[in-house]
Structures are given as C-alpha cells and as structure tokens.
Design a protein around this ligand. Structure first.
Ligand code: TRP
Ligand code: ZN
Length: 869
C-alpha cells in the first residue's frame, strides 16, 4: 500500500501569483522522439509579490537543458520532478527580468494525451487543465495571462502544416528540407489555451463577414481522406458565429479561426484560442458514416468550443475551482443555440427533454454519490477528475436559473456587464453572480448556495383545494440530503414555473420563488379542483416529491400545455409502475395510443414520450438496487407497450419513412427516430416479419442512422440475422475508425439475452480483437466504458464477473492514460446503494484496485473516495 497521503488542493488556499508573465516566446524544433522547446519569458512581479521570493515554475516529465536570466547563464535553481525553482533573481525580482529555458520532451512516448503528443504521425497538444507543464517549465495557472509568439520548426516532408494560436506572421524555408512558421496571438491568455498542431493535414476553408463587416477566415483541418466529412462542422461553425452576434452581441475577435480533428483525444474538444482541437467524433460526418445523433453532437460541440472564445478565453477562470464559470455558462450557451436551431417550439422542448434526461441519468447519481461536489468544488486531488457532469450540466442549469429569474433581457444585461467589467481578466463565479445582480439591481445572495452546496434539492408539494372558498392552497417544502463535509444545508433560491390546469383553461403560468424552507401560496377564484403543473420546462434542477393520482398524471400526459411536463407526466407514471413491477394498464396504453396518433406533435417528441426512464435513473429511486430485477421489470413494461400497440408501430414504421436524399435536420431526424423506435418495438413484440424488415432496412439504408438502428434492433433482440449483418458492417466500414467504434459499442452494450453468449464473453472477445487498441480513448470507451457504464444488466452480474473485468481494465489502462482510466474507475461510485450480493462484489473489486501501489493520482482519488477512506 502507498502510505503517502494524497495531496489535496483547497479553494480557500488561493493566493494570487508572486510573479506574472508579459511577452512569451516559444520555439519548437519538432521531433517525435526529442522535441526541443526553447522559451523566452518576460517575468514581472505579480499581485502577491514579495522581494526575494523565488520564481517557482511547474514542469513534468521534462529533460532540463539550460537556464539563462537576462541573457546570462543562471546556476541558482533547484529541480524536482514537478518544478523548477529559480533563486537569486536580479534585484530580488523587483524589476522585470527575462528567463530563457531550454528543455526537451518526448511526444511519441506520451500516451497520456496531455501536453505535446503524436497521433497517427502528426503532432498535437492538449494543455487544459495542467498539460502545459509537460511542454516547458511555466507558471501553469489560469490567472497568469501572457502574450505568445510561437515559432514551429520541422522537416517539411513530414510536417507540411504548422499551426498555432492567433495570426500567421511568417513562413520560412530552411536548409536541409526544414521549414518554420511563426504565429502571434494578439490576446493575452493563460497557458491552458496554448496549442500547436503540425503534420500532414489538409483543410476546407471559407471566408465570412462578421457583424462589423470584418472578413474572417475559417478553416477545418483533417487528414486528407477525411476532407469530404467536414461540411457539417463548417456549417455549424458559421451558424455559431452568427448566433453569438445576434443573441449576445459577441463577435469573433480574430482574423482566422481554425478547427483541427484528431483521432486520439481524451475528451470531446478543446477551445484553444483560435485553434480549437477536436476529437474526430465531433467533427467528421457524412450521411453514410454518421448518425443523426452524431450530426447533432457535432453542431453542439462546435458551438460550445466557439462560444468559449468569449466565455472562457476573453474572460477566463481565476483558478480551477471556478471551472463552472466557463463550462456551465458555455454549456448553457450551446444548449440555447441548439434549441434555437430546432425551429419550432416543440423542437425546443425536445432539446430540453434530452438535456434533462442526461442530467438525471448522470448528474443526479453523481450528486448523490461519493464524488458529489458543488458546481464550484472546495477541494480536489486531481483537477482532471472535476470535468464532471456536475460542473458542466448542473452548472448550466444554474446559469439557466438566472435567466428564468431575471428574464431573457435581464440575463443579457448581466452578460453585457460581465464582459464590460471583466474582459481580459481571470475571474470567479462570484464575479459572474455580481454582474447578474448589479445589472438587474437585485439581491442574489441566497442564490450563491447553488455554488457552494452539493446534492440535488428535494421539493415536497402539499396541495389542498377548498371548493367552498374556490381557493387552491399550495405549500412547498425544500430539503437537501447531507453530503460529505456538509451535514446541514441552507435553503436554495429555487425558481419554479407553475400553472394550474383547469378545464376552463383560465389560469396563467406563474413563477414561484421558493426561498424559505417552507412557503405557502393561495390562489383565488379557482372554480374547480385544478391539476398542478409545476417545475415546468424543468425550471430548477431538483427532485420533486409530489404524490399525484394516476388520473391526474394521465390528464397531464394527454393535455399539459408545457411539453416538458407532458413528457414528464408519462415518465413519472411509467416509473411508478415499473418500480411496483406493474404493466401499463388499458388507460395508459390508450394515452400512449392517442399521443402516437396526434398529428400536432413532433415525431421526435413522440419518440421521447415512448422511451422509458433509463435504468440508472430508476436506480436512484430505490433504497436498495437490484439491477436484474429493475432490468426485467423495465423490459416487461416495454414488451407490453410493444405488443399492445402493435398496429400503431406497424403504421408508424410506414408513415415515418424519409425518402430521397438524406438531410440531418431536426424534423427528418425526428421521423427517423420514431420509425426506428417502431422497428425495435416490432422486434420486441416478436412479430415474425420484424426481423426481415430490419434486415431489409439494414441492407437498403442510404444513411448510417437507419443502417445502425436496424443492426441494433437485430443485435439487441438476438435475431438470427444479427451475426451476418454484424460481419457485413465490419467489412463495409473497416477503414472508418468512428464507425468501427459503433460496431464495438453496439456489441458491448447489448443486454443479456437467451440463446446468445453472455455479454461479458462478447466484451472479452472484443478486447482481444485485432482492431482493439488500448491507447486509443475512443476505442477503449466503445468497448470498456460502454460495457461498464452503458450496459447495466450485462455489467451487474451476481457472480461479480463484470466487476472483475472492470478492475482488470482500470489497472491495465491506468499506466497508459490515467485520465481515461479515472473515468472508468467511476463506474462503481454507487456501490453502496446496491443490494447483495452485488454490493460486496463491488467492494471487493474496489479494494483490489485500491491495493495497487502505483495508481495514478487520478484513479487513486476516485477509488479512495468511493471506499470512503
Ligand atoms: N475545455 C474543454 C471543453 O469543455 C474540456 C477538455 C477538453 C478537457 N480536453 C480536455 C479537460 C482534457 C481536461 C482535459 O470544451
Ligand atoms: Zn467547455
């Protein structure tokens, strides 16, 4: 056992830097084995400077070569594996001085994908959060903002393209087949936004005019064979630029904006100034290889990274505890953008439902588990572990609540003031809140609790209708379960949109602000007992404790004018029945039938209304989780919907065809979603011809959405045609890495079915497959993470075999890529809520991982928090 106590960082320990940087010049001689990095940095006293303080630079896995100060060799320094401390500074550091450092790194050996690394022969960087220190010794913290000039030198034959942040100043031919490019970024930035890319890449480009009439060059760089898959990303980028001008008055501030795609990447994408680097998964799309979901994800990730240019880059974070300042706000912005792209009001609701489903499936469990943290955490061991659904998705919900409380215009005023005050600065979540408060002359003191308290608040609803007095009385009581280090919680400021639904349809929508622990409202002149529609559009990220009769839920499911709550009522009814191990009754089936036949509703909405709550969300409703029982109850419920509505599914399958050329627009995508749900329901109902229909769709599809859905239906239902189609799919797309990822994921997420080998055996076979690569995160996620996190019924086996596979995988992955290993490590977070024998088996697997003495800080933090040690 490792006896050293893990180092913890605390938000309240923040100190401004002793030194800061002016101009930074970087010079790279790019070589996969040994890249020489020379830096020349102007150092100036920082906000907490004291004369005589040494300059302590961070550096990791670097070979130190030399140090000069003001042009002279300097010998007063000390090297550790993590730092370079420089002593005896000229005039005790009181005057600006110049540091020059030469060091060497080894990009081709770098499997962590942080810092400078090689992917498929090309060079890429990833610096957020603390990767720059793997490139050179530096003040690698976001509150040190400097101006960069970067020169890249390489062999022209190997690296014809040389990119970095900002504007291209010069390209130079050098002797012996070398060349160089010099780039200058006019905006000061923290080191985490630095990027370089070099190699054999090609681009599509387009010139647009921004709002003020300035010309902007947009480029998307990819490997040459992928050029034909870049159109959708370019369209998404152009739409994002126009949207940010229109909605927030924010213009692109550079002459050139570049996106680069890379096949080896730890996350989705990265907002480096003027040079965004993306996982290929969020750039490349063609109808033949990408699904509707891929098209939609590309649009939102391109928008997300572009929007960071203002929310993240122009105004950045003081320290990493403030991460949600940029991430929550930018997720909110990309969600609003995507909703606006949907066109119709019901399209907006579809987007909202999808976002809330994700929040409940992933963030609610996180907020109730051992890694629970406020959106602005107070403590971390490894910052990489805090790029969480809490910081991102709950963070976005918190930003959305400002807009709900202040109105769209009030929110815009707050944003304007935020940029007016803080452009060019590194700031905190409090600064954002104060801009919102001051711009609207309101007091948001209590709203701060959303930043400091973990856990999903619970709001209990008590209602009473007084027919004689024609009064409706409503009482709301809020609470929040204790979390680690927070036994008692203060009340939250909770905005709840509500409306009383009456047959007269005479009550307006209202916004209730729940501020006290318990608050009551009386509504007058209510002539009949109303049905309460509350937390409309999911105005607050809470659990609602509201015992409603099934009749009221059915009323809401068939007629609530808030599309979100209409969907919600159906989910609630289905959830209650599944948890009580019941099947849908005739009334519920009737309501489903009416909804499916309603011509005024979007197909995408119908698809969501007929999609049952996820297993992991059902787990959160249980005292003691029996995963196999939940799987069976949910599956039986689904089987009943499939059988009872058989004629409707057959009819919808025919009606929802989208003949002609493929278009990824929301209406067509919605039709395909409903058609493919129908196909899967026909297989679920064991209709004899269903498997033949799926096989025909698989063979004849002109797009990946339909081909993949048909294949999925065959595989998930264990149809005899599954094997041949899976083999065909692999052959057909063997050159398409992202499609092969789908082929792997489909098999790893297949639930266990009779007469088909156990899913774990399948996954073990896939891990031995020639196309499996442990150092490619997308491939690892498509097999290992997919099985451990997206296949609950396959993973949670009584004999603990799934957990043993998990432990082996975490231990194998950790030495290669700790960041990706630590994500996988989180699969057992909720072990304490499981029934036996699952719980003990999970604990044993956790303890086996914990016993490894060489764990990374990343995995160590996740495992020790899970075990509560
Ligand atoms: N800032 C990135 C985003 O949200 C997140 C990110 C990309 C990241 N790559 C990373 C975070 C690597 C940590 C490590 O858009
Ligand atoms: Zn982001």
């Amino acid at each position: 056992m490792n006896t050293e106590l893990p180092k913890s960082f605390r938000r309240l320990d923040y100190l401004p830097p002793h030194y800061t940087f002016g101009q930074v010049e970087l010079d790279f001689a790019l070589d996969p084995a040994r890249t020489i990095v020379k830096s020349r940095i102007e150092v100036i006293p920082g906000a907490s400077f004291k004369a005589g303080t040494p300059l302590v630079l961070q550096g990791q896995e670097l070979e130190f070569v030399s140090l000069r100060i003001n042009g002279e060799a300097h010998r007063h320094f000390e090297l550790t594996p993590e730092s370079l401390s420089i002593h005896s500074l000229p005039n005790e550091g009181k005057d600006p001085f110049v540091v020059e450092i030469i060091c060497i790194c080894a990009p081709e050996k770098n499997t962590t994908l942080m810092g400078l690394y090689v992917s498929n022969g090309n060079f890429f960087t990833q610096c957020e959060a603390e990767g720059f220190r793997k490139i050179t010794y530096f003040l690698d913290r976001p509150d040190v903002m400097a101006r960069y000039r970067v020169t890249l030198t390489a062999r022209e034959a190997e690296c014809p393209v040389l990119l970095s942040n900002g504007n291209l100043l010069a390209i130079e031919k050098l002797p012996n087949g070398w060349h160089s490019a010099t780039w200058e970024d006019p905006f000061p930035k923290p080191s985490y936004l630095f990027a370089l890319v070099a190699g054999k890449l090609e681009c599509i480009e387009e010139t647009i005019s921004s709002g003020s009439g300035a010309k902007k060059l947009l480029q998307i760089w990819v490997e040459p064979h992928d050029l034909k898959k870049t159109r959708h990303a370019m369209d998404s980028l152009i739409a994002s630029i126009h949207w940010d001008e229109k909605r927030f008055g924010l213009e692109l501030d550079l002459e050139r904006f570049m996106i680069v795609a890379v096949g080896d990447f730890n996350m989705g994408a990265m907002e480096n100034k003027g040079l965004n680097i993306f996982n290929t998964k969020f750039v490349l799309a063609q109808p033949e290889t990408a699904t509707d979901a891929d098209f939609a994800n590309i649009e939102s990730v391109v928008a997300h990274e572009y929007f960071h240019n203002w929310t993240g880059n122009r105004v950045t974070c003081q320290d990493w505890f403030q991460l949600s300042l940029k991430e929550g706000l930018t997720v909110f912005r990309d969600q609003e953008f995507s909703a606006d792209q949907m066109g119709s009001e019901s399209g907006r609701a579809v987007k909202r439902i999808e976002d809330v489903r994700l929040l409940r499936q992933l963030q609610f469990p996180e907020d109730a588990g051992p890694m629970a943290h406020p959106i602005r955490p107070d403590e971390y061991q490894e910052i990489n572990n805090f790029y969480t659904v809490t910081v991102y998705e709950k963070g976005s919900e918190v930003v959305r609540m400002y807009q709900t409380l202040l109105g769209k215009e009030g929110f815009r005023k707050g944003m304007d003031l935020y940029f007016k005050r803080h452009d060019g600065q590194a700031v905190t979540c409090d600064d954002f809140l104060m801009a919102m408060a001051d711009a609207n002359a309101c007091d948001l003191t209590q709203f701060k609790n959303w930043y400091s308290q973990a856990g999903t608040p619970r709001v209990k609803v008590e209602e009473r209708y007084d027919a004689a007095a024609k009064q409706y009385h409503l009482t709301l009581i809020q609470s929040c379960a204790p979390s680690l280090g927070q036994a008692v919680k203060k009340s939250f400021h909770i905005p709840l949109k509500m409306r009383l639904l009456t047959t007269a349809n005479d009550q307006p929508e209202k916004l209730l602000e729940l501020i006290e622990e318990k608050q009551s409202w009386t509504f007058e002149n209510i002539s009949e007992r109303p049905v309460l529609s509350i937390n409309r559009d999911f105005s607050a990220p809470i659990h609602l404790d509201f015992k409603q009769s099934e009749t009221d839920l059915l009323t809401q499911f068939s007629s609530d004018d808030d599309a979100f709550n209409r969907w919600e009522a159906g989910q609630k009814l289905a959830m209650q029945m599944i948890l009580e191990n019941r099947l849908p009754d005739a009334q519920f089936i009737g309501a489903y039938r009416n909804l499916l036949q309603d011509q005024t509703l979007d197909p995408a909405f119908k698809d969501l209304a007929l999609t049952l709550p996820a297993e992991t969300y059902l787990y959160e409703q249980c005292e003691s989780v029996d995963p196999q029982q939940i799987y069976s109850a949910r599956r039986a419920f689904r089987h009943a919907i499939a059988s009872e509505l058989n004629p409707e599914w057959m009819q919808l399958y025919r009606q929802m065809q989208t003949p002609g050329a493929f278009s990824p627009d929301a209406i067509s995508a919605g039709k395909r979603a409903l058609k493919n749900l129908s196909l899967s329901m026909l297989l679920e109902a064991d209709i004899p011809e269903a498997a033949l229909m799926a096989e025909a769709q698989y063979q004849n599809a002109n797009n990946m959405t339909d081909r993949y859905a048909a294949l999925g239906a065959l595989v998930v239902h264990g149809a005899p045609q599954a094997k041949v189609c899976l083999d065909d799919f692999y052959q057909r797309f063997s050159d398409e890495a992202l499609v092969i990822d789908k082929w792997f994921a489909l098999q790893s997420t297949r639930p266990p079915i009779a007469n088909v080998e156990a899913t774990l055996n399948t996954v073990e076979r896939l891990r031995e497959h020639e196309a499996f690569k442990m150092n490619n995160p997308n491939r690892v996620r498509s097999v290992i993470h997919a099985f451990c996190m997206n296949n609950p019924s396959g993973f949670h086996q009584k004999d603990g075999s799934g957990y043993a596979f998990w432990a082996d995988s975490v231990l194998a992955l950790d030495p290669i890529n700790p960041q990706v290993a630590a994500r996988l490590a989180r699969a057992l977070d909720r072990w304490r809520v499981f029934a036996q024998p699952y719980q003990n088996q999970m604990r044993a697997a956790l303890e086996r991982v914990a016993a490894c003495s060489s764990l990374s800080a990343d995995v160590r933090e996740v495992i020790s928090k899970a075990l509560g040690s």
